[in-house]
Design a protein around this ligand. Structure first.
Ligand code: FES
Length: 94
């Protein structure tokens, strides 16, 4: 395919989620991990030793992207689609 040829891009409607109280704009159809990474958030939590934790496999296997969503802990951000108003918080010490 020619590099000058553009494919149509369709995005879902605009949504907002929050991460540790920060509003994160995203689109319907995004995963939570994609929304956070696009917003420049790379630390989703910390390990027991306090080291930063971020997505690794991006396919639901490693749990390195685990966050708390609407009060439910250890939800894998990489396989969870965003929903408007979703409250996401980082996971500390997991
Ligand atoms: S990045 Fe591995 S389970 Fe989400």
């Amino acid at each position: 395919m020619s590099p000058s040829r553009k494919l149509p891009t369709r995005r879902g409607k605009d949504l907002d989620i929050t991460f540790d109280g920060r509003v994160v704009p995203c689109h319907e159809g995004d995963t939570v991990a994609a929304a956070l990474l696009v917003a420049g958030i790379h630390e989703f939590g910390t390990t027991r030793d306090g080291d930063p934790r971020q997505p690794f496999c991006n396919m639901g296997t490693c749990f390195d992207c685990a966050v708390t969503i609407d009060g439910r802990p250890l939800i894998r951000a990489c396989i969870t689609p965003v929903r408007n108003g979703m409250d996401v918080t980082s996971t500390k010490g997991y």
